[in-house]
Design a protein around this ligand. Sequence first.
Ligand code: HEC
Length: 137
Amino acid sequence: MRHRLTAIAGLSCVLLSACTEGQIGHSDAVRAGQRIYAKECAACHGAHGEGAGSAALALGTIPPDLTGLKQRNDGYFPREFVRRFIMGRLEKDDPASPMPDFSTVGLRHVYPDGGADGEVLETDFANLLDYLEAIQE
Ligand code: HEC
């Protein structure tokens, strides 16, 4: 058991050092984006984007795992797709799904740079996208 734990710890160090440049925990933008994610998205998409957070239990459509966006898109993070999806500019697979249209509600819970209900500040939005890109597997 002890050996296995050591092996796992060693492996995660290798994985971490492979992504030190501008990745999770190393960029202010990503950290700011993470705060927005935690307030706006985590209830449905899970604390770390893994899908199906607590609010999902009451939803008909299960919120997808957001850490696999890149993998599901041939190894390329679909930043433009994600931007449009969040802003309600794309057809949903299920029109009745509970994913909010953030161009209407705004990123209303957190405004690191100020702002009002129904408003989406470009910097905050860019930070959110940076965070999502950083959590891709
Ligand atoms: C009320 C629950 C809820 C909240 C809050 C929510 N989502 Fe979603 N989201 C969903 C559901 C359900 C789906 C899948 C169904 C659909 O709408 O097509 C989805 C789909 C998505 C997709 C498409 C994924 C794919 O593989 O097609 C993205 C990207 C996404 N959400 C990002 C976000 C982000 C970023 C936030 C926060 C700004 C957020 N969502 C907040 C419920 C939610």
